[in-house]
Design a protein around this ligand. Sequence first.
Ligand SMILES: Cc1cc2nc3c(=O)[nH]c(=O)nc-3n(C[C@H](O)[C@H](O)[C@H](O)COP(=O)(O)OP(=O)(O)OC[C@H]3O[C@@H](n4cnc5c(N)ncnc54)[C@H](O)[C@@H]3O)c2cc1C
Length: 404
Amino acid sequence: MINLEIPKKFVPLVGQAHQVAEEVFRPISRKYDAGEHEYPKELDMLAALIDGMNDGSDLGGAGAAGVRRTDNGDGGVRNGSNMSTVLGIIELCWGDVGLLLSMPRQGLGNSAIASVANDEQLERFRGKWAAMAITEPEAGSDSAAIRTTAVYDEATGEYVLNGEKIYVTSGERADLVVVWATLDRSLGRAAIKSFVVERSNPGLRLDRLEHKLGIRASDTAAFILDDCRVPRENLLGSPEVDVRRGFAGVMQTFDNTRPLVAGMAVGLTRACLELTQRLLAEAGVEVDYDRPAASQSAAAAEYLAMESDYEAARLLTLEAAWMADNSKPNSLQASMAKAKAGRTCVDVALRCVRLCGSLGYGEELLLEKWARDAKILDLFEGTQQIQLLIIARQLLGKSSAELK
Ligand SMILES: Cc1cc2nc3c(=O)[nH]c(=O)nc-3n(C[C@H](O)[C@H](O)[C@H](O)COP(=O)(O)OP(=O)(O)OC[C@H]3O[C@@H](n4cnc5c(N)ncnc54)[C@H](O)[C@@H]3O)c2cc1C
């Protein structure tokens, strides 16, 4: 039998995350939206609390400890850290997406480390905050096109990185940046590897911070890598270039992180819906779940349609996380969840602004901010169009060369 309830063991975590969202995030949402690039110091105490817990993913974070795949051994099904992380993220993003992305030691680089690092690296990078640098001026959606190079220096046992990285979330604040670079451009995507670079490395130069439409509490950095020397022990995964396996290693991170971004979108969508339902009720529009939508007011019918999209996005997201917990290949479901949740979140946020009129558009409430925050969730970790492309390839059995 399918059980769609929140697993019992995660109920306390969902409650805690919701409390943090309501009592820590929401009250400072406006302040850090207005004070773009100002560090939300209130998060330090929260991060310390999370560090103090046995499982770093307890409050959700952005997946620092929540995405490693392990075999549960007994052949049974389980709800593990992917599920708990997604559930925590949904609640925290009901509070504020930008603040969730600003949580110390919970960056997407942490997810990459948690997913592919060996035991020695896991130990060495424990407790550090890691950003993720894939995107370059000439390589966004097509991450195989990256130009940053990594050349091995036999004499010193170091890799020397050169290139430019843009749009690095938490790039200014993190301790580490996980940088994607190619060992040999002529070998194509198989030669792309990820390297852990200390932020203090003199070869990693912060070029600028971006000004943005939404998630303004989260810092977004651009870097120049100029003869940046990295010890060979900082390469994540195998240094071999396996042209048969291609890109699979680094891309595997996305199967784990896309459900997390989908979770962010689900949380934000619910925030918009809840506030809108309350404002509609105050205006005398009650949503009746026992009557067909067609027999209710236009506003109530629209609300019901949005809620069904929200439910679909939420269930796809939980499915993708559940599959990751149970070591099932989930590329298709991760992309479906990300595509549906990202699209739903942008669509719902804008429709809620419209339904609420001037209350939706003004700064007195948070709806206008959420409408700005929503767009990024349909963009980073692969845009809407790229998710649809991945889904089409999987369903039609086509390779990335056959369907671009
Ligand atoms: C606030 C913010 C934070 C970010 N954080 C990070 C981060 O931490 N680390 C990181 O590495 N990157 C990060 N990014 C970068 C983000 O992942 C890229 O912006 C995204 O992958 C899209 O790349 P692009 O901007 O170069 O757009 P492009 O790839 O140039 O795409 C432009 C448009 O063309 C469409 N398109 C592209 N290819 C196809 C195709 N084959 N078929 C159909 N349509 C297509 C896209 O969907 C998009 O609509 C961040 C971006 C932002 C805005």
